[in-house]
Ligand binder design. Structure first.
Ligand code: SAM
Length: 206
């Protein structure tokens, strides 16, 4: 059964109000991504949440589309885009697994804090690869649960069973990199702010 947006709809308001857990790492990822963007680019971000990252990057590209399967997340994102008057930015309610755009539509695709939440990251990586133009870039930040302290790997499934946390798929940093390579990407950048932290990757379609 595909994962449900229920958890994310429930927490959308709180998610929007909660400060980023590691501001320094977030700023580093924003800067590293911004460095890859240019004004003629078309960008897709999936699992965009309440649109914070999209609002940072949209002013630097031609067109920026954020998608998320939780309507409450998208409602907040749309409100922020309207308030900012960012006319090249749009948000849609959609699952990445079902997002239909012609092959080679995008210069850059972002998937921030989402690959570990997917039923099948391999199928999504193959889809992302198809959606990118030759030379296109996939930027991601991913929790690699098997590299986290053992106590956290116990807490995650319990929190998920209680409905307090989303279901986090368990894989390692090296599994993540291997999945990208299997999908046909070349890894251009790999950065981890510290042990157990999310892995930031920039992968390129050759
Ligand atoms: C951890 S939040 C990350 C939000 C945002 N990218 C950020 O970094 O703050 C994960 C987001 O992915 C969305 N999501 C989870 N699975 C999805 C899927 N299959 N397709 C689209 N969105 C999904 C959730 O609704 C949620 O907003």
């Amino acid at each position: 059964m595909p994962t449900s947006p229920r958890f994310w709809n429930l927490i959308a308001g709180r998610y929007a109000r909660t400060p980023v857990a590691d501001e320094a790492a977030y700023q580093h990822k924003l800067a590293a991504t911004r460095h890859l963007l240019s004004p003629e680019m078309d960008v897709l971000e999936f699992g965009c949440g309440t649109g914070t990252t999209a609002l940072h990057h949209a002013p630097f590209v031609r067109r920026y589309t954020g998608i998320d399967f939780a309507p409450k997340m998208i409602a907040i994102a749309r409100g922020k885009a309207t308030a900012a008057g960012q006319s090249n930015l749009s948000f849609e309610v959609a699952r990445i697994e079902e997002w239909t755009a012609p092959d080679h539509s995008y210069d850059v695709i972002l998937g921030m804090s989402i690959l570990h939440l997917l039923d099948g990251k391999e199928a999504v990586l193959a889809r992302v690869h198809r959606l990118l133009k030759p030379g296109g870039l996939f930027v991601s930040s991913t929790v690699c649960a098997t590299d986290m302290p053992r106590i956290v790997t116990w807490i995650l499934p319990v929190g998920s069973a209680l409905g307090l946390l989303p279901l986090v798929r368990r894989f390692s940093d090296s599994d993540l990199v291997a999945s990208h390579i299997d999908a046909g990407f070349v890894i251009k950048d790999r950065w981890r702010p510290g042990p157990g932290k999310a892995v930031f990757l920039v992968a390129q379609v050759p």
